[in-house]
Write a protein that binds this ligand. Structure first.
Ligand code: PHE
Length: 339
């Protein structure tokens, strides 16, 4: 009986002092668990004289019930306190605005490239891409620009070796395609080109879009008709084009193509420097020597080619005044080109 009293007092005091529900569980097991003190008392029942057993058994059962109740109460108090502490620690301000996830946009050059491809794909052009590292033959020689030809100085070339260079123009794609494919040809060759050139409107790396059409009876009129359509879709439905004589070794005749200024409608403004026209690309009838170099009979087939700067078209269309903006990756600039 003395044991029972001690056990009760110790157990109640341990339950009261348990610092956490985990610790309380340990205490509970010490008394009520399989190897616990109260369980041991029940097991020791056989040693109690038979006449005392009912009284002793009742005492032990009372003790167990009392401890169970005490543990349960302590458990309730502890878990309520623990929940309160947890909630206080994890408090969230549900009125706080969420973190914004920045959504990226396509680079304006990519957008312009896609737009150009859309326009010309709609006219039946197929895409052909050549390598950025070219040799002299594809970039110059086959394009009727033999060595020592002064036209090689028209573009300041980055040479990698005597033979290899970074292509200065997507025109190299004309040769690569015509070696593989015979007329009818309608090709669009987009890609990066490289020139040792650097100012507000020239960058050492920029993008070009080459067009090539070769078939029987293709004329300069076809070129202008197609470019008129391009200008209407790209700039404004009132846009017109104008051809001015020019020179490229791989076209004859060669032309510079101007588009009527969309900003002033051709009246003359600062953008077009008062002329009403803006130069957008170079073009011409494919030189018969170029066709011959690719095994295409120039007496049977004729063609036209054009090459435009993607950045230049984007600058005109969006009023961008410095080509460097395309490579600086300033999000304040890039962000403006969204759908
Ligand atoms: N390749 C020329 C340039 O880069 C542009 C061009 C292409 C001209 C096709 C005529 C025909 O300046």
């Amino acid at each position: 009986m003395q044991d029972l009293k001690t056990i009760r007092e110790e157990a109640l005091s341990a339950a009261r002092q348990a610092p956490s529900s985990r610790a309380l569980y340990e205490v509970k097991m010490q008394y009520l668990g399989r190897g616990g003190a109260v369980t041991a008392l029940l097991k020791g029942m056989k040693d109690v004289p038979p006449e005392q057993r009912p009284a002793f058994g009742k005492q032990v059962n009372d003790l167990r019930a009392a401890l169970e109740a005490a543990f349960e109460e302590a458990e309730k108090a502890l878990s309520a306190r623990e929940l309160g502490e947890k909630l206080a620690k994890e408090q969230e301000d549900v009125t706080m605005p969420g973190r914004k996830r920045a959504v990226g946009t396509l680079h304006p050059v990519t957008r312009m490239k896609n737009q150009l491809i859309d326009i010309f794909a709609g006219m039946g052009f197929e895409i052909f891409e050549g390598p950025e590292i070219e040799n002299q033959y594809y970039n110059f020689t086959a394009l009727n620009t033999p060595e020592d030809h002064p036209a090689r100085d028209m573009q300041d070339t980055f040479y990698l070796s005597e033979e290899f260079l970074l292509r200065t123009q997507t025109s190299a794609g004309q040769i690569r395609l015509m070696e593989k494919k015979k007329p009818p040809i309608k090709m669009l060759c987009p890609g990066r080109v490289f020139r040792s050139d650097d100012d507000a409107t020239h960058s050492p790396m920029f993008h070009q879009m080459e067009g090539l059409v070769v078939d029987r009876g293709v004329t300069l009129c076809d070129l202008q008709g197609m470019l008129d359509e391009f200008a209407r879709v790209m700039f404004s439905e009132h846009s017109k084009t104008r051809l001015r004589p020019s020179y490229f070794p791989f076209t004859e005749p060669s032309v510079e193509v101007d588009v009527s200024c969309a900003a002033c409608g051709g009246k003359g403004c600062p953008l077009c420097k008062g002329t009403g026209w803006i130069e957008v690309l170079g073009a011409g009838m494919v030189n018969r020597r170029v066709l011959e170099n690719c095994g295409i009979d120039p007496d049977v087939y004729t063609g036209f080619a054009f090459g435009m700067g993607v950045e230049r078209i984007a600058m005109l269309k969006y009023g961008i005044n410095n080509i460097k903006l395309f490579t600086e990756n300033d999000v304040r600039f890039l962000e403006q080109f969204k759908d």
